[in-house]
Design a protein around this ligand. Structure first.
Ligand code: NAD
Length: 350
C-alpha cells in the first residue's frame, strides 16, 4: 500500500486537488491518503506555513500531491513565514532538485493557445528545471551604495554537483523520448552559465545517442513562440526554467493544463507533484479553476513515484478524451465548473 500526502494549501489548491484525488480514488489502486496543512492555511492554524507535522507526513509519504500556496492577505508577513516559504522549504528539505514540466498540446485545444493553431499543434516537450539552486537560494541583501542610493543583490551560484545531477536527468529524459536535448543558458554573459555549459559537454560523452544543442535563454524564449515543435527536452537552471515553463504554458492553452513533478532523483524515490499554477486568489472559491493540471500531476505521481505506468496513461488518456469531447473550463473558453470538469475526466476514465 502506498501513502499519498495531500497538501492542498490555499486558494484554488484545495479545489483542484480534490478533483485529482477523486480521479486517483476511481482507479481502485492500493492507496491511502493523509491530509496535511500547508501554506497560509497552515499559518492560520499553527503560525507556520510548514508545521513539523506536515514535514513529518512529507517524509513518511511515498509521494506528495500538492495544490498551491499563496494568500494575498499574508503579503505583509515577514518572508520566513509567508505561505510561499512552504513549497521552498519542502523542496529543500526533501532534496527535490529536479522539476519535470511536460507541455503537450492536446488535440482540440489549439484555439486556446496564444500561438497560431498550426504552430501550436506541434508542441510536445518536457522542460527539466533545476529547483534548489540559483538566485532563489543564493545570498541576498539590501543596503545602500556609498552615495546613499538604495541597492539590492541576489547571488546566482551553482556548483558542479548541482549542475551535473540535473543535467543527467535531462539526458535520461531525452534518451527515453526523441533523443534531442536543448540545454538553455546565458553563457555569453554569466559565469554560472559557462560552468553549466562545461558540465553539460562533459556529461554528453556518456549519451552519444542524444543530439545536444546549446541555446541562449533569450533565443530559447524567441524559439518557443516561433517554432515550439522543434523542442523535445529542455534542461535549464532554476530562474530560466521558471520563466520558460510559464511561457510554454500559454503556448499550450492555459496554465490550468500543466502538471509538474519535483524529484530527488531521476526515478524519484520521493516526489512532490503539483500543477504549475499558483493559488489564483482572483478565482478562488468560485468553481472556475481548471483541475486538469492537478489531475495530470496525479498521473505523473503514479509514473515517477509508484512506477505505475498503465494507470498514469489511463489518467492522461481520460483528460485527452474529455478535452476532445468538448469539456472546457472558463480558462479554456468554456463554462464547466471545477467539479464538472472533474466529472468529465472521471466519465472518460470509465
Ligand atoms: P497564479 O498561477 O495563481 O494565477 C495566474 C493567473 O492564472 C490568474 O489569472 C489565475 O486566475 C489563472 N489561473 C491559475 N491557475 C488556474 C487554473 N487552474 N484554472 C484557471 N485559471 C487559472 O499566479 P499568481 O496570480 O502570480 O500568484 C497567486 C499566488 O500563488 C501568489 O501568492 C503566488 O506567490 C502563489 N504561487 C504559488 C505557487 C505554488 O504554490 N507552487 C506557484 C506560483 C504562484
Amino acid at each position: 500500500m502506498a501513502l499519498i500526502a495531500i497538501l492542498a494549501g490555499d486558494g484554488i489548491g484545495p479545489e483542484v486537488t480534490h478533483e485529482a484525488r477523486r480521479v486517483l480514488e476511481a482507479l481502485g489502486l492500493d492507496l491511502t491518503f493523509e491530509d496535511g496543512l500547508v501554506g497560509g492555511a497552515a499559518y492560520r492554524k499553527t503560525s507556520h506555513p510548514l508545521p513539523p507535522e506536515t514535514l513529518d507526513l512529507a517524509h513518511r509519504a511515498d509521494a506528495i500531491l500538492f495544490g498551491a500556496v499563496g494568500d494575498p492577505d499574508m503579503d505583509g508577513l515577514e518572508r520566513s513565514v509567508r505561505p510561499e516559504q512552504a513549497i521552498l522549504g519542502l523542496r529543500k528539505e526533501l532534496g527535490l532538485f529536479a522539476n519535470i514540466r511536460p507541455a503537450t498540446m492536446l488535440p482540440g485545444l489549439e484555439d486556446s493557445s496564444a500561438l497560431r493553431p498550426e504552430i501550436a499543434r506541434a508542441i510536445d516537450m518536457v522542460i527539466v528545471r533545476e529547483l534548489t539552486g540559483d538566485v532563489y537560494f543564493g545570498e541576498k541583501s539590501r543596503g545602500f551604495t556609498h552615495t546613499g542610493l538604495r541597492e539590492a543583490h541576489d547571488m546566482m551560484r551553482y556548483d558542479e554537483v548541482e549542475i551535473a545531477r540535473i543535467v543527467r536527468v535531462g539526458f535520461e529524459m531525452a534518451a527515453r523520448r526523441s533523443r534531442k536535448l536543448t540545454s538553455v543558458d546565458k553563457a555569453n554573459v554569466l559565469e554560472t552559465s559557462q560552468l553549466w555549459r562545461e558540465i553539460v559537454n562533459e556529461i554528453a560523452r556518456d549519451y552519444a545517442e542524444v543530439k545536444l544543442t546549446h541555446m541562449y535563454v533569450d533565443n530559447a524564449a524567441m524559439q518557443l513562440v516561433r517554432n515550439p515543435g522543434a523542442f523535445d527536452v529542455i534542461v535549464t537552471s532554476n530562474l530560466f526554467g521558471d520563466i520558460l515553463s510559464d511561457q510554454a504554458s500559454m503556448c499550450v492553452g492555459s496554465i490550468g493544463m500543466l502538471p509538474s513533478a519535483s524529484l530527488n532523483d531521476w526515478q524519484g524515490s520521493c516526489g512532490l507533484y503539483e500543477p504549475i499554477h499558483g493559488s489564483a486568489p482572483d478565482i478562488a472559491g468560485q468553481g472556475k479553476a481548471n483541475p486538469c493540471a492537478a489531475i495530470l500531476s496525479a498521473a505523473l505521481l503514479l509514473r515517477h513515484s509508484l512506477s505505475d505506468y498503465a494507470s498514469a496513461e489511463r489518467i492522461e488518456n481520460a483528460v485527452k478524451a474529455a478535452i476532445a469531447g468538448g469539456a472546457r473550463t472558463v480558462d479554456l473558453g468554456g463554462a464547466l465548473t471545477t467539479a464538472q470538469m472533474g466529472d468529465a475526466v472521471l466519465a472518460a476514465l470509465k
